[in-house]
Design a protein around this ligand. Sequence first.
Ligand code: AHR
Length: 523
Amino acid sequence: ATSDAHVEILLDEPVATVAPAIFGHFIEHLGGVIYDGVWVGEKSKIANTGGIRTQLIERLKAIQAPVIRWPGGCFADSYDWRDGIGPRDKRPKRTDFWADEPHAEKLSNNSPVKFEPNQFGTDEFARLCKLSGAEPYIAANLRSLPAYAFDQWVEYCNSPAGSTAYADIRAQGGTRDPYNVQYWGIGNESWGCGGNFTPEQYASEYRRFQAWVPHYGLDLKFVASGPNQDDVAWTSKFFESTLHDRPIPPPWALSLHYYTDLPEALKFEVADVYPSYAKANRMERIILDHWSAMGVYDPEHRVKLVVDEYGPWYRMGTELDPSHIFGEQITMRDAIMTALTLDIFLRNADKVGMAACAQLINCINSLFLAHEDHFVNTPNYYVFHMYAAHQGGQAVRTEFSAPGVTFAAQADVHGPWDENAAEKAGSLWGLNGSASVKGKIVTVTITNPHLTDARDTEIFLRGQGSVGSVEAAVLAGDEIHAHNTFEQPDAVTAKTVQATASGKSVKVTLPPSSVTKLTVALS
Ligand code: AHR
């Protein structure tokens, strides 16, 4: 191992409190996410709690899942929430929104799911959230339903028992008390599948949707549909139209989506690995660019950023079942991209109010893969398990110093959405991560992207406090393609490793291609 790596934790330089919601999740009616993933039905032989996969609930509790976004994604802007309430055997079947997705054509032609059965609706989603301890975050249909239908959805979820006709329907379905849903997305990707709006057109729709929504005493948090990736012009124009020209109350947050578009989930070349990290790492620049654009119209930064879709997205070919559209396998490479992304959110805890990994199960950057009675944690699950300790802590400035990695130009590191571009030669930091403090506990998370070199690393505490004791956990596979399957579910898991403490310093060896968490108790 090389020993030229240093980390400095600046305990007296707080960034902001880490919103637990930045470790949030996303489930959409897409392929195998809801049906086969989350919802198995009450009569299923698969262990379930009120129709929801029990193993999933247990794992969500283990990672302290703070928030779950539903029902989409693109699906949200075609969904009529009224189809998904009332007795399940009376709910209408609708066309499977994703059946005509061109990238999924081959799969959907084989897919047994040709329709949306509406067995999982608002009540079932609220049940999932309650059982797993997560807050619900609902994306409203802005493209194809009127604002009044949105008001009524809020009424169904939040009006007090016995107060409205929808409260009565909710009670007939078994839930007397309101769900008190606070987070509401006003559309999804309104620049694309959510309506192909210009930012000015969307701003005008947003004005209408947010006006006079019934609050029932709650502090409703509206999330405006924001840009695709680094489309800063969208953000500027939306802010100009809503906060400058005839201003309205600002949204709680602006949503931002960024996928790391890549070709091969499993059969990738080792030479593609560093360019993929560099691509995932663009998230930080995208956050900073939008934050400055927002500051022009919102200098006090009342509006937060919500990154409610992110993750590596590959061409299809590794799905566990033909119906699992975008149901990619997840390797150690993905776990590192997920970890470095979460560290970006932590380093920008003053800006990012919430995030949602796309998606929770059987789709894109999954934490779990499931099919019928099989269920497995992906390496991403262990990342979320390790990083849960940051929730609610105080993020502090942290400096990393280690030799960087360099890479040559790649002809083919682009996936389904951007197939023609080539990645330029470049470089990436040698170590990166984040730290937070909660009482006497400092949590430090670090990724080592190097494919072959372990790093002997010294972590030094600056400011008040010395190291009392330290524990270390590491997620690393045998090699970068390592992943879990139903047959080999524990090929990649987090393990305890040795770290030594002395005075204000901790020493630990970070294996190649690894994610490490240190739990430092201050004396
Ligand atoms: O997560 C899959 C899709 O990606 C979502 O439906 C959409 O919002 C995004 O384009």
